[in-house]
Design a protein around this ligand. Structure first.
Ligand SMILES: C[S@@+](CC[C@H](N)C(=O)[O-])C[C@H]1O[C@@H](n2cnc3c(N)ncnc32)[C@H](O)[C@@H]1O
Length: 207
């Protein structure tokens, strides 16, 4: 399905221009947390609002969608959240080794066909990129409604030496203090779909 172009997209992106970070020309903070695929930004704007002492970068490859996230951040006058428009695979090289303390992957596209497995954000190809940019002890918080993607991810994190914690196949039944719902999470939860969640830590032993 083609996404409808949102009205006056370029003007709206320009108005939020100060929130962009261009990793080609601007050094990234050396301690930060990132969300890959922030969508319309409910999760990352609320997370940044609750944690003013943490630097956040949200990465999203669709301009129609990132503009909504950026407008939310502008309205909330957040000074600790910036945005990168692009595919993480293309911008990862700009992140210095070990600069990221936490990566959020929320409802990442499942790419259900085996032929597209390499595009999943929890494929080993991406886990290699995360290992490089994560600090020792750095962590990945992953939520999804998609049981198959979750089981695939449990295997790839384990194969790549991550330590798994707080694994649940039903986040809302088990409870998580301070959980911040994403747009997709609200939608699937209303439909009665259980949400899977895990935390994957890079131990000092991972190379
Ligand atoms: C299913 S949506 C989920 C959006 C949001 N995280 C949520 O939970 O409501 C996945 C989002 O990730 C973005 N995305 C997928 N792969 C990406 C990549 N490699 N780099 C940046 N964004 C990506 C998509 O454009 C889409 O907006």
């Amino acid at each position: 399905m083609r996404m409808r172009t949102r009205g006056h997209l370029n003007e709206r992106l320009e108005r939020c221009g100060g929130l962009f970070i261009d990793p080609d020309s601007e050094p990234l903070p050396d301690r930060l947390q990132i969300e890959i695929g922030c969508g319309k930004g409910d999760f990352i704007t609320e997370t940044a609002r609750r944690n003013p002492g943490v630097n956040y970068i949200a990465i999203e490859r669709v301009s129609n969608v990132i503009v909504l996230a950026m407008e939310k951040a502008a309205r909330a006058e957040l000074t600790n959240l910036r945005f990168i428009l692009g595919d993480f695979a293309d911008v990862a090289e700009h992140f210095p080794d070990g600069c990221v303390e936490r990566i959020y992957l929320n409802f990442s596209d499942p790419w259900p066909k085996n032929g597209n497995a390499k595009r999943r954000l929890t494929h080993g190809r991406f886990l290699e990129l995360y290992k490089r940019i994560l600090a020792d002890g750095g962590e990945i918080f992953f939520k999804t409604d998609n049981r198959e993607l979750f089981e695939f991810s449990l295997a790839t994190f384990t194969e790549n030496g991550f330590q798994l914690d707080n694994v649940t196949f039903d986040l809302h039944a088990d409870g998580l203090e301070g959980n911040i719902m994403t747009e997709y999470e609200k939608r699937f939860t209303q439909m009665g779909v259980p949400i899977c969640r895990l935390e994957a830590r890079k131990s000092g032993l991972i190379s």
